[in-house]
Ligand binder design. Sequence first.
Ligand code: URA
Length: 202
Amino acid sequence: MSKFEELDMLKNDMEADAGLPFFGKANLVFGEGHPDAKVLFIGEAPGFYEDRERRPFVGRAGQLLNKMLLDIGWRRESVYITNIVKRRPPENRDPEPTEIEAYKPYLKRQLAVIQPKIIATLGRFSMNYFLPKAKISLDHGKVADFSAKGGSASGGKKYPLVYILYHPAAALRSTSVLLEFEKDFKRLPALLKRYERGSIKA
Ligand code: URA
């Protein structure tokens, strides 16, 4: 089965799972991008526009993400973009730990199919999913070896690098966060090159 087919099957399984939080109340926003993406961006949960279009990061935060991808010369279709929780929580509230937990088996499968080289976390929920002890204000722009930190959330596969980024919505609320977000984001191409050359060890 191709990766594309595997992802499609996973999406169908999610559509059918009535036990998932917000089932029947919000649309499934599965994620999109290249099934062989080297870099996977992962946010928190869909918002209003994402729910409406059933696509991740299509609102204002998504526009900033698109601009940053353009700045570093990466096409949006060449990466993969998804969220930890794949349906919009009511009034865009923060996802609860039990809700994150409920989506986890599916996220694990999604990551195991795509097998990105770098998982770029957007915001603290996504960061803490992989790195429970990390603090965004201290750790943004850092690379973590997820597999070394009890990486069971990875679906049993090795996910060499987790790269911590601020959430683009946070960057839109504060100029100082925006500057940090841009600076960290622009390091992605060099980070990927170094990783591929083997000069960053997982
Ligand atoms: N914020 C997120 O975390 N994810 C989206 O898809 C959109 C906004």
